[in-house]
Design a protein around this ligand. Structure first.
Ligand SMILES: Nc1ncnc2c1ncn2[C@@H]1O[C@H](COP(=O)(O)OP(=O)(O)OP(=O)(O)O)[C@@H](O)[C@H]1O
Ligand SMILES: [Mg+2]
Length: 387
């Protein structure tokens, strides 16, 4: 008998039918390109991959090698070997396994050869992929959070992430030996790899965006069904307010629903308490910008510029070119501005969409936080019009 009480909230999974259908079509064709899944922070890339594996790949016929690099500490070539390769079961040494990953399984000698660097990991991988194909099984390599390989080098200073992507180009476009899916929320990293590794015309991009309004409303109106929340229901104004504040950012919505559990009374949430909680969130997002730009006028001007672009086109991206006045007015040099935007992507303020070369704020809540920051600084409007 299960003596544990059920959780008061479970992770939801809303819609994504279009994305799953796209993945299904893509996997049904013989491999000829790498599929890059990109999208803003916490848009649901990893969850989509798990659902796809569960729904489409787990029923046999596929040899899935799924590496979620966020779960691993990758600092050098040796840790990469540990993450991607292991000794076949029957020769397994008596060592507790830390991760249950579907990795490349090798004989002891091959693994030793890799460790001593006499063997090339990509040659070894290719052989394994050929073996699967010969057995009539289709290999699928899925790498989540590819940017974890950044700054790992091997044999003669070769950059691992770059070499790996080049290898995948050969395995897909040239040999058609396996399907490859790469996911990352660091669009800037993907862009760099894309530029460096002759990827043009050999890869396909799929954007995993935040959820649409109809999906969010469906979720919020059916909390019991999607999130197993039965302690409260939201009224229409509250659902609208959640959409207006968080847009379709699943993680933030889910987190806010968790916060609401603390203040639920008699199956409802009092409006005053609800609004108080949103107010605190707004201050939190505003303070992220305050912290970023304090006493650094060039950063402040960058934020004002971005706020201006966004107030013209809410929820839309902007290109590097649209920031040109910052360079013309000598606030930033071109290279420093590029580096700073890269930093803002890595710090999860901005997202970057490689196929459109567009930046955007990471979600509606960050847009509201920036707007509040600009208003707080006071002379925002006047300053913005000067830029
Ligand atoms: N379709 C969905 N419906 C509702 N909630 C979702 C959905 N997809 C993801 N989530 C929730 O959103 C959160 C973030 O999801 P996930 O980790 O998959 O995003 P991600 O894009 O991989 O994030 P990151 O950019 O950090 O890699 C998780 O808590 C997950 O349960
Ligand atoms: Mg992820």
């Amino acid at each position: 008998m299960n003596i544990l009480k059920p959780f008061t909230k479970e992770p939801a999974f809303v819609n994504r039918e279009d994305e799953l259908a796209y993945l299904e079509t893509w996997i049904s064709a013989r491999p000829e390109n790498i599929l890059f899944l990109y999208g803003p922070k916490s848009s649901g890339k990893t969850t989509l991959i798990y659902r796809f594996i569960d729904r489409n790949l787990s029923k046999g016929g596929y040899d899935i090698k799924h590496f979620n690099l966020r779960e691993l500490l990758l600092v050098n070539y040796e840790s990469f070997l540990q993450a991607f390769f292991e000794i076949k079961e029957r020769e397994q040494v008596k060592e507790a396994r830390q991760y249950d990953l579907k990795v490349f399984k090798l004989g002891v000698e091959t693994l030793k050869g890799l460790e001593s660097r006499e063997l090339d990991p990509f040659v070894v991988m290719k052989k394994e992929l050929e073996k699967s194909n010969k057995k009539g099984i289709r290999p699928v390599i899925i790498i989540d959070e590819l940017q974890a390989l950044d700054e790992i080098y091997f044999n003669g200073g070769r950059e691992l992430a770059n070499e790996m992507v080049n290898f995948f180009v050969a395995m897909t476009k040239e040999s058609h030996l396996c399907h490859v899916i790469i996911a990352s929320s660091d669009g800037y990293f993907i862009e760099r790899i894309y530029q460096d590794s002759k990827l043009k015309k050999t890869s396909e991009f799929m954007e995993v965006e935040y959820l649409h309004q109809t999906d969010v409303m469906d979720w919020l109106n059916n909390l019991d069904r999607y999130s197993k929340i039965d302690r409260f229901v939201l009224n229409n104004c509250q659902s609208e307010a959640i959409w207006n504040f968080f847009g379709g950012s699943c993680w933030e919505i889910s987190n806010f629903l968790g916060n609401l559990l603390n203040i639920a009374k008699d199956g409802r949430i009092l409006d005053d308490e609800f609004n108080g909680l949103l107010e605190k969130k707004l201050i939190f997002f505003r303070s992220m910008f305050v912290e970023y730009a304090t006493i650094e006028p060039e950063k402040e001007q960058l934020l004002f510029k971005i706020a201006g672009l966004i107030s013209d086109h809410p929820a839309k991206g902007f290109t590097f070119n649209e920031l040109r006045s910052l360079v013309e007015d000598d606030v930033w040099s071109i290279s420093a501005l590029r580096t700073e935007l890269n930093r803002l992507v890595r710090k999860n303020f901005l997202s970057y969409a490689p196929p459109r070369a567009e930046y955007a704020l990471q979600g509606r809540s960050m847009e509201l936080g920036l707007d509040a920051y600009v208003k707080m600084i006071g002379d925002g409007k006047g300053r913005m019009s000067n830029i």
